[in-house]
Ligand binder design. Sequence first.
Ligand code: HEC
Length: 117
Amino acid sequence: MRHIAILLPALMLAACGTSEAPLRPLTQEQSAALRPADARLAELYDNSCRACHTVKDSLAPLTGDRTLWDARWAQGEEALLAAVLQGKQAMPAGGQCFTCTPDDYRALIRFMAGRNK
Ligand code: HEC
């Protein structure tokens, strides 16, 4: 009987592994530790988006925190791109990236919204 008590939690864990992990908010530190895998994108990110999108007080959704991004992501990629290009509330037009192309913005948005996998 004793090994059933040991087996049950293991089975429950295995079952969880098949579905998506529940979304959890990130801390600022966890958000700040994320960088785009591509070196050129990472540099663009470090020099612009990162300054606000890893700081809660900026009111920007934290990079990688899908509890903050999923509702925004639901607007669609083009709407998010338009918001960055035009600026939105405390975000200046272009998100302070002066050399980003539209494709750079799309890749940065995907990364920040946690859609890279
Ligand atoms: C000066 C601070 C600042 C910088 C720099 C910045 N953002 Fe933002 N961003 C914000 C804030 C604040 C919001 C939340 C705006 C709102 O919905 O009130 C935001 C929201 C967004 C959104 C969601 C827009 C929506 O419609 O929901 C996207 C996408 C975004 N930022 C992408 C970027 C990208 C990409 C960069 C870098 C190229 C960047 N941001 C740089 C402050 C910034």
